[in-house]
Write a new protein. Structure first.
Length: 476
């Protein structure tokens, strides 16, 4: 069952019940008001009816007070008024007359109960026989004289109530039909934005994540729902885009890792097959083949270690937390660079000794990778500087070279895994392409950041920033 039909089936009975209650209340109120008026008339004309019956002066008899039009004109009895006198035992002594009109037969009279005296002092409704269908009766108690029974026909009241009932049924039916039609149209119009949302949602479910629902504003509840849905769709679209990028990077990573591992494996397999097919090789050739197999094994082991380190850092595994002397780290990195390339000027510039809390081994690896990157990618003999300073609560380590620098288009990609700015560079000289990725992962795991800018006069400057929140950068 649709929401539109459920709303209509819920609202329609409530409205009909409310309208019926209003009609019943109106009918009951008017009936009570009319009966109250009749009751007041009964009380007011009772002395006149008693006087007429006791003096036997009846309508149109030409008595002294008849004035040619009947005695009832002096007392203004309602048309069809009926009166009787009862003795103490309840028998009729005088009556059976209609006052206020001479156009009805005397056979028109109320159908009184057997014992009227039991109802003395109160009003009651009885059926009529003849022209009138019902009467309102008032009985006075018998005192020194007879009891008086006064009855007024209720046909006028019943006619008014019947007319009211007919009007209520007609008007209520018309209003109910109009309200049901208007409610259906309003509900249909109110549901139209939700239907549009449903159609858009089906399109989005089919793959159109770029679509958005409408309306989407703060003016209505449906509009606010649209805003929430659009916000959720935006987050989903971004999540899918990020997932696609991640999957693409993962595919590239797997492809590059396979390629990097395949090279040493191919070399090892070649030397092994050479040894197997040539059992008469000289000792020197055998030693060369074994040495090359060992070199490729060592290289593959380093690559696997780097990949394992990156995987652990991606998983967020905790690092060691201990005081790290960055001054000693920078000096050791400079000494290692001088030993690796004696013909190059590698200078340490330390503004002040700094100690942070972190993983000493991993931070040393990150700095060593950046220094080695500067040695490999700059011309022989060009100087390299390693600077250490504290800036705004951060420890900053700058590795400054004076080589060709990093092109602007490559600055965001050089930190990607297996990326090489120069794809023609040999792997033995340029490494596996994981050095900068490892440095970035280590620094990020310490809550820091790594960036690259141009060196004034030419070259590239790689900066490591370790915030105080990672353990605190303090001067000692």
């Amino acid at each position: 069952m649709s929401l539109r039909l459920r709303l209509l089936l819920t609202l329609a009975p409530l409205f009909i019940l409310g309208l019926a209650a209003a009609d019943v209340g109106t009918y009951a109120a008017l009936q009570s008001s009319l009966l109250q008026g009749i009751d007041q008339q009964l009380v007011s004309i009772q002395p006149g009816v008693q006087h007429v019956l006791m003096n036997k002066q009846f309508p149109g008899d030409g008595g002294p007070q008849d004035n040619g039009g009947g005695f009832n004109q002096a007392f203004a009895f309602p048309a069809g008024t009926y009166g009787e006198l009862l003795d103490a035992s309840g028998h009729v002594t005088q009556g059976g007359q209609l006052f206020g009109s001479t156009s009805y037969a005397s056979s028109s009279e109320p159908a009184f109960p057997v014992d009227l005296t039991a109802d003395s002092g109160k009003e009651l409704t009885v059926d009529g026989t003849g022209t009138y269908h019902s009467y309102r009766v008032y009985v006075t108690a018998a005192g020194n004289g007879p009891a008086t029974v006064t009855a007024i026909p209720l046909d006028g009241v019943n006619s008014t109530l019947s007319t009211l009932l007919l009007f209520e049924i007609s008007i209520s039916s018309g209003i109910t039909i109009i309200v049901l039609v208007v409610t259906w149209l309003l509900v249909r119009r109110g549901m139209r934005p939700l239907e549009r949302m449903g159609a858009t949602a089906r399109t989005i479910a089919a793959g159109g994540l770029g679509r958005r629902v409408s309306p989407s504003n703060e003016r209505t509840e449906v509009g606010r729902l649209g805003l929430a849905l659009n916000s959720m769709l935006g987050q989903i679209e971004r999540a899918f885009a990020e997932r696609d990028v991640t999957e693409q990077k993962l595919r590239h990573f797997v492809s590059d890792a396979s390629h990097e591992l395949r090279t040493p494996l191919t070399s090892m397999r070649g030397y092994a097959e050479l040894l197997q097919r040539n059992p008469d090789m000289t000792r020197d050739d055998v030693l060369l083949a074994v040495r090359r197999i060992e070199d490729e094994t060592r290289r593959m082991g380093l690559l696997v270690d780097d990949l394992l380190l990156l995987a652990r850092l991606d998983q967020g595994r905790p690092l060691d937390r201990a005081p790290v002397d960055l001054t000693s780290m920078v000096n050791d990195a400079v000494s290692d660079a001088r030993a690796a390339d004696p013909g190059r000027a590698v200078i340490a510039r330390i503004a002040a000794p700094i100690v942070v809390t972190g993983d000493d081994l991993r931070l040393r690896q990150a700095v060593a990778n950046l220094v080695r990157n500067a040695l490999v990618h700059t011309p022989a003999g060009s100087p390299v500087e390693v600077a250490l300073q504290a800036q705004n609560g951060h420890a900053e380590i700058d590795i400054i070279d004076h080589g060709p620098g990093v092109p602007a288009a490559q600055r965001d990609r050089i930190f990607e895994r297996f990326h090489r700015a120069d794809p023609l560079r040999s792997r033995d000289q340029g490494g596996s392409g994981l050095g900068l990725s490892i440095a970035t992962a280590v620094v990020t795991a310490h809550g820091g950041r790594i960036s690259v800018t141009d060196t004034p006069g030419g070259g590239a400057t790689f900066r490591i920033e370790l915030p105080a929140g990672s353990g605190g950068a303090t001067n000692v």
